[in-house]
Design a protein around this ligand. Structure first.
Ligand code: HGA
Length: 615
């Protein structure tokens, strides 16, 4: 959340900053701003709304923003409403600052700075940082020293980009809890919250570690940890793998839904081929995976739903106990973590603040020998992320860059990778038989084709979505392993169409939500041909009897057919354990088409942002 870009070069950098912001817009889009240094002055522009508003404003007077050094920001507000005065960069005298994260102790610091005579023009926590640095600089006359003095006073998680008029060749950046990467050019260097922002200008990146402060000029990068110079390696990226183009699709979300057969196939192929496991798949972790006696999954949002599916898989296939919890709850309830726990942290970006904090708390307890045999695993789409660096095992999802705020291909690839992990642990611990394993391998290899078949339902689902246009509320029902997909379907619908939606285990209907059912309430049902089908059919009858309108994604051989109050779309029959992956596609398409029909901003829904780097 919130995107930072900065550049120091020999050429005009304003377009690099603006293009970078557009590429970071998925992180926040309530306001945007930039500051460049030109002729000994800070030139700043800030606009409420999308980055395009800022581009339009800058284009009215491009020569005013023709500079060689600058910083820019796209905001997702935490402190202070989306307003021009709260948009970044924030300025104090000759200092300008952009910030991603939260300064938790900003209130006492603000009082201190007011007492010193500084005045505030925003409600943000960020402005206090600008004043603190300006104040420290007035004593040190050294920008790096000023930043080094201020940083330990800031509590919370953050990344900063800082420029100072009297240092027109120096860009300073701090990384402490929020992502920040340095883009390495030839005679020019850059910073950004995500390397994606800088791909038009470089494919060489230096990844900072927590607590690092970097002083960047056109031709040098000096990194300091605890005041001492340190070296951080430079990595080269294959830019082709980071394609962030919408292609012929109207929205990123639709493109990403259509990419799922390939993305899931790539992820499956990482672990198995037609014969079984690939020899290299998690092979160096086998000894430690053999010791696992309990699985604890932590995640937020869509990733949490993937975790619930994995719980069903772990317990039914391996008989290992598995708990799943929302990271922000787990963290603050003093949880019991038993010895030999495998903690699986699921996060698309690998920067999800709640998940990272929960992991770090438990890691500290493990370091203090409070827990024995603790093992951590990151299931993540970004190999360079904090989560990957801070866990023992990295299990990648090979979804490719996901731009749409509503996650789609990251979710289905998480599920595919989780199934690989369940099988790996099950086989290492001899908990899964040869027959079950070879059946699962066959089914995993069929998965991509089944996802393709599901995409063919797109047109019918678009037609079905008409019925949701004026609805206020919806229920999604599933049973057993489809229950988490009901939760995910409801989350997708509310995220992008703004229709209230709840996912329910269909057996729970009579314990409350049935009271909501009337002729105006659409009820979406996930009904594959599986062991729960008869029970689910009974639950559908309960809705029928109360004149509810059913929208059913039903397996081809379920004998569930359309009638006046029941609209059925048949989904090809799939193997029960993998059906959650396949049934994700119709609920994604339904949410997408409802949102398009209602005219919402599908890729950038209101109040949300991707990569949730604040708690
Ligand atoms: N706290 C700052 C930055 C917000 C942020 O990083 N959001 O993810 C603000 O409110 O402007």
């Amino acid at each position: 959340m919130c995107g930072i870009v900065g550049a120091v070069a020999e050429r005009n950098i304003s377009n690099i900053l603006l293009e970078g912001l557009k590429r970071l817009e998925y992180r926040g889009y309530d306001s945007a701003g930039l500051t460049i240094i030109q002729d000994g002055e800070l030139h700043r522009e800030r606009q409420v709304g999308k980055v395009q508003e800022l581009v339009n404003a800058v284009n009215k007077n491009p020569s005013f923003f023709d500079g060689r050094i600058g910083i820019a920001h796209t905001r997702w507000a935490t402190h202070g409403e989306p307003a021009q005065c709260n948009a970044h960069p924030h300025v104090s005298g000759k200092v300008a600052v952009v910030h991603n994260g939260i300064v938790e102790n900003y209130a006492p610091l603000k009082e201190e700075m007011i007492e010193k005579g500084y005045s505030f023009s925003s409600q943000t926590d960020t402005e206090v940082v600008a004043h603190l640095i300006a104040d420290a600089y007035s004593q040190t006359n050294d920008l790096l020293k000023a930043v080094e003095q201020v940083t330990p006073r800031l509590h919370g998680a953050f990344a900063l980009g800082i420029v100072h008029v009297d240092n027109p060749n120096v860009l300073i950046t701090v990384r402490l809890g929020s992502p920040l990467v340095i883009g390495v050019g030839i005679g020019e260097n850059f910073i950004a919250s995500d390397q994606l922002a800088l791909l038009p200008v470089t494919n060489r990146f230096m990844y900072l570690e927590e607590g690092d402060i970097a002083l960047i000029t056109r031709d040098s990068i000096s990194v300091f940890a605890d005041g001492q110079p340190v070296s951080r390696p430079i990595k080269e990226l294959d830019a082709k793998q980071h394609n962030a183009d919408k292609g012929e699709f109207k929205h990123y979300m639709l493109k990403e839904i259509y990419e799922q057969p390939d993305a899931v196939a790539r992820t499956v192929e990482m672990g198995v081929d037609l014969k079984g496991f690939k020899p290299e798949f998690l092979s160096r972790h086998e000894d430690r995976l053999n010791e696992v006696r309990h699985v604890q999954i932590l995640a937020c949002g869509t990733s949490y739903h993937a975790g619930i599916v994995a719980k069903y898989w772990f317990e039914s296939l391996t008989r290992l106990p598995c708990s799943v919890e929302i990271a922000s709850e787990f963290r603050y309830r003093d949880p019991v973590v038993v010895d030999h726990t495998l903690m699986i942290c699921i996060s698309q970006s690998g920067e999800t603040a709640d998940t990272l904090s929960a992991l770090r708390d438990i890691q500290r307890r493990s370091d203090a020998k409070d827990i024995n045999g603790f093992l951590s695993l990151a299931l993540c789409n970004v190999p360079t992320s904090s989560l990957v660096r801070e866990t023992d095992i990295f299990l990648p999802t090979l979804a490719g860059v996901e731009i749409g705020v509503a996650s789609t291909k990251a979710f289905t690839t998480q599920l595919a990778a989780l199934m690989l992990l369940v099988l790996k642990i099950g086989r290492v611990q001899s908990r899964i038989s040869d027959d079950t394993f070879s059946k699962m391998v066959t089914e995993l290899n069929n998965l991509s084709g089944q996802l393709y078949s599901c995409l063919k339902l797109d047109q019918s689902i678009a037609e079905m979505s008409d019925k949701f246009e004026d609805k206020k509320s919806t229920l999604f029902l599933g049973r057993g392993i489809q229950f988490p997909i009901a939760l995910e379907g409801a989350l997708k619908l509310k995220e992008i169409s703004y229709i209230h939606a709840e996912g329910y285990a269909a057996g729970e209907l009579k314990h409350g939500p049935l009271a909501l059912v009337d002729k105006d309430m659409p009820i979406v049902v996930l009904a594959p041909k599986d062991s729960m089908l008869d029970k689910l059919k009974a639950n559908m009858q309960e809705v029928h009897a109360r004149h509810g309108e059913l929208f059913v994604f039903a397996g081809e051989t379920t004998q569930i057919e359309s009638d006046e109050r029941q609209h059925v779309i048949h989904v090809p029959d799939v193997y029960e354990l993998l059906a959650p992956i396949v049934y994700s596609v119709p609920v994604q398409l339904l949410s997408y088409h409802v949102a398009v029909m209602r005219g919402t901003d599908v890729d950038q829904p209101r109040n949300l942002a991707k990569s949730v780097t604040v708690e």
